[in-house]
Design a protein around this ligand. Structure first.
Ligand SMILES: [Fe+2]
Length: 246
């Protein structure tokens, strides 16, 4: 089985289209989306519509999806993120908003090997930053592999004999070999707003037969995504950061 893992699109249609084009050439059997379709970018409607065409897919909500749906308020958001949430609420079509509202909370067990969550398996809004958070996460995971999002950093944590080790994944293509007796907690990076100073869209493929997970960085039309943000009167900082990868 080939799984395509992606997260944190955040309304960036240009990045999402580039990633979809990449996936289409790779005979994917199952899509895994880890939340945050909307927030920040100027194309939330298009993304919600396109995601519904991907089948089969296992999907969970992110904190921005939740805030736009008014399941949660924007108190914990910084002013720029909060203003993008309000813009998205005003610009979403009714049917797309109701799709967003129906998204389920993570974690979700996909099968006997894979769990998906947005922030952490013990709290969908918690950021896994460092081995301490990862060690707590492993206590709540019942499968060998768990994919998470939310931080927008491609990252690998492994656990063997209760020892947890974290590795920041750099470069435009890297491979993780899945070994017996090791458990894995992996962030594939963000599609629509990478924050690791690499401006390319990030995603991953897990080949369960070959026991390999590959992370990829995909070039996309950043200028067009920035132009749409500015044209929509969203905060200019949201366009700027795409060009810096922060
Ligand atoms: Fe996010």
């Amino acid at each position: 089985m080939k799984y395509f893992i992606f997260t944190d699109i955040h309304g960036n249609l240009e990045a999402f289209l580039a990633v979809l084009k990449f996936a289409r050439r790779r005979k994917i059997d199952h899509f895994l989306f880890l939340g945050d379709m909307v927030g920040y970018g100027a194309s939330p409607n298009e993304i919600i519509q396109k995601i519904q065409l991907l089948k089969p897919i296992s999907i969970i909500r992110g904190n921005h999806d939740k805030a736009v749906s008014e399941i949660d308020n924007v108190k914990t958001f910084n002013p720029i993120a909060a203003s993008a949430i309000h813009w998205t609420q005003q610009n979403l079509k009714k049917n797309n908003l109701s799709y967003l509202k129906r998204l389920k909370q993570g974690p979700r067990i996909v099968n006997k090997d894979i769990t998906i969550c947005h922030g952490a398996p013990f709290d969908e809004d918690h950021y896994i930053f460092g081995e301490f958070d990862a060690a707590e996460a492993f206590l709540h995971i019942k499968t060998q592999i768990c994919f998470f999002g939310h931080t927008h950093f491609p990252f690998l944590y492994t656990e063997k004999d209760h020892f947890v080790e974290g590795t920041f994944i750099t470069g435009d293509s890297s491979e993780i070999k899945i070994e017996k007796d090791i458990r894995y907690l992996i962030n594939p990076g963000s599609v629509g707003q990478p924050r690791d100073r690499n401006t390319r869209a990030s995603c991953a493929i897990y080949d369960s037969k070959q026991k390999k997970i590959k992370l990829y960085r995909i070039e996309y039309n950043i200028g067009e995504a920035q132009r749409k943000i500015l044209e929509a009167d969203l905060p200019a900082a949201l366009a700027e950061r795409l060009g810096l990868g922060i």
